[in-house]
Design a binder for this molecule. Sequence first.
Ligand code: SF4
Length: 375
Amino acid sequence: MRKVSFPYMGTSYIPFKKLLTSFGNEVVIPPKPTEETISFGTKFAPEFACYPFKIVLGTFVQVLEAGADTLVSSGGVGPCRAGLYTTLQEKILKDLGYEFEMITLEPPGRHFRDLLYNIKKLINAPLTWRDYINITKFVWKQLVLLDKVERLSHKVRPVEVKKGEATKVYKKCVDMIASAEKYGDLREIERECELLYDNIEKRDYEPIKIGIVGEIYVLLEPSSNLEIEEMLGDLGVYVERSMFLSDYTISNAVMDLFHMAGERDVKKTAAPYFKEMCGGHGRESVGNAILFAKRGFDGVIQLSPFTCIPEIVAKSILPTVCRDHKIGFLTISLDEQTGKEGLRTRIEAFVDLLRAKRRRTKSFAVKPQVAKEMA
Ligand code: SF4
């Protein structure tokens, strides 16, 4: 039996674990990245490798030490370095003396045969078509539900009366979803999670709204962005992230398979500023910033791993985009040197500026009305 593992990214380990065990593999669940993970990554990765590369490499060292013999990771196309990640990581790890097989799952649009060949290696149980349908249905529901309960935490956290309640409920919901065994369980859990969020006491307050854009790994893995969403929520800010794993899977796996452009609206929106594909999610960062501005958000935060080329390109365009659309902008470069307290100081200052701007805008907006009433 294969002992399979994969990179840790948000709560995605829950559906991945279910999928791989249903396919007849033993799964070594990757640990949540810690300082130890990052220290392995920085020790063995080239100095200028991007931050997600180092975290994933560190995770691979930990899971290989825990007995994994197969590593599964995604590939990529385009000018960013993601397409070379697994080749380089495999070489580094094999030079360190680890014995394992690296399985790279490439986007289906351009590597369909390779993808099927690699998926077959991971199917080590006799399964019928009905089994495949049931597994897919369950795993997809789990993925969608995990995204839903996270979105709910973003909505409730800034208005909760008792600090920390939304985070507590979110963790409870994740545990419940992870423990589900049947599709029917997930439906019940969904209702229970909605109820748990409904029962949180909320204050009547209109929060500042901030959209978060940037590179996929640092967007989806809280330990890599120093839990910025929770930090902002605790400051009374409603946060909306431009990317969730279920949406990403639809645009990069399902739509890619049928050669349809994923995130078409986002790319079209970015076009006046940024027409070319630069790899990663640089163009999407620009398009999503504009979409947030059009929806009345107060500010945009870009999360960019240090040395990430697509986000460096986006960073040079985003200040103009945000000025044109009258929305606040903050860029945060993340690497192993970024400290939580320094980050907190920066986002507190940013939120204060956005609040002051909103107050100013509101007072300008009420003035004509006041004048009318006085007349
Ligand atoms: S998008 Fe950026 S961080 Fe991600 S692999 Fe490409 S260069 Fe590295």
